[in-house]
Design a protein. Structure first.
Length: 423
């Protein structure tokens, strides 16, 4: 078969872009060679609808072993009682949870997307806002911190079937115990979507939601540094059915409802090559070297946040507890879109992002979101975060000055050359 030169040329260019530039998008990271090797392995050829030992296809004895290892490693990593490693993404993990626990039209209470939440937490343009009746809580305008009083007020007034916590652009830890207390009073289930900080949570560097939240979902990339995919977890105390019923009226254990909601409820055959890569990534995340990495991610984020604050940037909530920060650029007289474009020209990749109480559209935004997971994977430390902030500030101070941007790009390449991706 003739090699597809066009596609592989573009892949080479993408590898060069990743190696030469500074990747600061909070939801991105660099998977290891063995994770990528597993993701591109012969397991991509195998169809395996169902669960290990309960497949609808023959010849699954080997992928059964692979998937079982992925499940056991996920349980060990998160100290969970049960795991489903089949969701193709975090969004599909959330869709499966909602299918298992809710009926169309049920009320849900989620973290407002414009305040740092996620599309699948009730956004009107997403299935979660179309199939269910969404209500929202946000952050306090004066502090940028979660408005737990608002969460409680809305929960007790509306009595949602599910409260969703977790975020895509919130830099502080969560009070899961308080949310569970509110949920118990309101008669709601709690879904914690920990897709962003899950690697830090797994290693005990942030509050663990599993003792408090009925169901936990996450992606397997971002801080976990695995392949793109999803994961659903149950803690030790949450296997009872809570009166949830199947369409036939049967009350079943939550794990069985969630398994059925993944397949055949929301997707067909699992991606066994990606599950193999997840197994590898979970194994890596259990290692001592990963623990050192996770600690450095937090240290780098704090160093970066402090450096931005020293240069007069407004970080929502005033700092960070995890791997990311959301920066309001309105006092710098530049939009998120303009900042993103200018930084891309300097080979610094960030993403424009809405900030709480934004006065610009989602296509323009007043902010940018920045994370340290990927640059930490390269081996960078706190002093390099200060250098990166200085380079970003140089670009944003003169975004249309091509000479200045070119000078910054040269510095970026000099820095990344010292920290090669794949040695």
């Amino acid at each position: 078969m003739k090699k597809d030169k066009l596609i592989f040329k573009l892949l080479d260019e993408e590898q060069q872009r990743q190696e030469e530039g500074l990747e600061l998008i909070a939801s991105e990271n660099f998977a290891s060679k063995q994770v990528m090797e597993a993701a591109g392995s012969v397991a991509t050829n195998k169809y395996a609808e169902g669960l290990p030992g309960k497949r609808y296809y023959g010849g699954c004895q080997i992928v059964d072993e692979i998937e079982t290892i992925a499940i056991e490693r996920a349980k060990q990593l998160f100290n969970a009682q049960w795991a489903n490693v089949q969701p193709h993404s975090g969004a599909q993990a959330n869709a499966a949870v909602m299918l298992a626990c809710l009926q169309p039209g049920d009320k849900i209470l989620g973290f407002d997307l414009s305040h740092g939440g996620h599309l699948t937490h009730g956004s009107p343009v997403n299935f979660s806002g179309k199939l269910y009746q969404p209500f929202f809580y946000g952050v306090r305008q004066d502090t940028g911190l979660i408005n737990y009083e608002q969460l409680k007020e809305v929960a007790l007034r509306e009595r949602p079937k599910m409260i969703i916590c977790g975020a895509s652009a919130y830099s502080r830890d969560w009070d899961y115990a308080f949310i569970r207390q509110v949920a118990d009073e309101a008669g709601a289930l709690v879904l914690a979507d920990i897709s962003h900080p899950s690697g830090l949570i797994a290693r005990g560097l942030l509050t663990d939601p599993l003792p408090h939240c009925h169901i936990v979902t996450t992606t397997t990339h971002k801080t976990l540094r695995g392949p793109r995919g999803g994961l659903i977890l149950l803690g030790k105390d949450f296997e009872n059915p809570w009166g949830l019923k199947t369409p036939k009226g049967e009350v079943k254990m939550m794990s069985a409802l969630l398994d059925a909601a993944v397949f055949p409820g929301t997707q067909g055959g699992p991606l066994e090559h990606i599950i193999a890569a997840k197994a590898v990534a979970f194994g890596e995340a259990l290692s001592d070297s990963y623990m050192k990495y996770a600690l450095q991610v937090k240290l780098n984020a704090q160093a970066m946040a402090n450096a931005f604050i020293e240069k007069g940037y407004n970080i929502i909530s005033g700092g960070t507890d995890n791997h990311l920060m959301l920066i309001d650029l309105r006092n710098k007289n530049i939009s998120g879109k303009a900042a993103e474009n200018a930084l891309v020209n300097a080979d610094i990749t960030v993403n424009k992002n809405m900030v709480p109480y934004d006065d610009k559209s989602p296509f323009v935004t007043s902010g940018i979101r920045i994370g340290t997971a990927a640059v930490t994977t390269r081996g960078m430390k706190e002093k390099h975060m200060e250098q990166i902030v200085a380079l970003i500030d140089d670009v944003l101070a003169n975004p249309e000055d091509e000479h200045s941007v070119k000078k910054v790009r040269k510095h970026v390449h000099s820095l990344t050359e010292k920290f090669p991706l794949y040695k």
